[in-house]
Design a protein around this ligand. Structure first.
Ligand code: HEM
Length: 201
């Protein structure tokens, strides 16, 4: 195995913007003064989750859902390999992490939509409670995600956080992606800016 390009720009930019957006939205959730900041950061999470669902179908090799969302057999085999302390190597996301990622994207989408609806007073207190419940569930999955990233980095002897920054991971030469997809990354940034502007106005 050697160092190869695995994560394209849309995956990396989308990831860090979503992490930042979620952190800001969480920290400003209770404040009237920062209501607009909360709405814009929530819109960023929503826009990225929506883009990522599309990118999961048309994105580069390791960004595609077919590459990292697997059935119980594959997930079970991966978990067994961890328990035996002989972790299977997956060049993209591992089969257990894949489900956490799908859950994070779904929760990002649903908390964004419910937050936007509550902001526009399309529902009563039940909608605000529903929105808060979704955001709290997302925080719980983020905590599990971070535990997975730290333990995965340790078990695979590979710094996964650095890989999410540089796009480079260990893998076979024939698994490398050929392009960082800069044009799609620009589309993502324009889409996120538009969503923040439109949803907050
Ligand atoms: C705070 C909210 C966060 C959310 C909502 C979130 C969400 C996600 C999502 C959706 C992915 C999949 C990326 C993709 O395929 O497009 C991912 C992967 C990843 N995240 Fe996060 N993330 C968060 C925070 C963090 C933080 C703080 C770190 C590191 C300190 C981190 C490290 C990673 C890494 C290393 C991966 C790749 C895991 C792998 O190699 O399979 N995440 N995250």
């Amino acid at each position: 195995m050697k160092k190869i390009l695995v994560w394209d720009w849309p995956v990396r930019i989308g990831h860090w913007l979503m992490a930042g957006g979620f952190a800001v939205a969480w920290l400003t959730a209770e404040s009237e003064t920062f209501r607009l900041v909360h709405v814009v950061s929530g819109a960023v999470v929503l826009a990225i989750a929506a883009f990522r669902l599309v990118w999961g179908v048309w994105g580069s090799r390791h960004a595609r859902f077919t590459n990292f969302v697997h059935g119980p057999k594959v997930v079970g085999s991966y978990v067994t390999s961890l328990l035996k302390r002989q972790p299977e190597h997956h060049t993209g996301h591992n089969p257990a992490g894949g489900w956490a990622i799908l859950l994070l994207l779904t929760l990002g989408l649903l908390s964004g939509i419910s937050g936007w609806a509550a902001y526009n007073e399309l529902g009563g207190d039940w909608l605000k409670d529903f929105h808060e419940g979704l955001a709290s569930s997302m925080l719980a999955v983020v905590v599990v995600h971070l535990i997975g990233v730290i333990s995965g980095s340790w078990m695979h002897r590979e710094n996964l956080v650095r890989a999410m920054l540089t796009g480079i991971k260990q893998g076979n030469a024939n698994e490398a992606i050929r392009s960082t997809r800069p044009f799609a990354a620009m589309v993502l940034l324009v889409w996120v800016a538009l969503a923040g502007w439109i949803l907050a106005s």
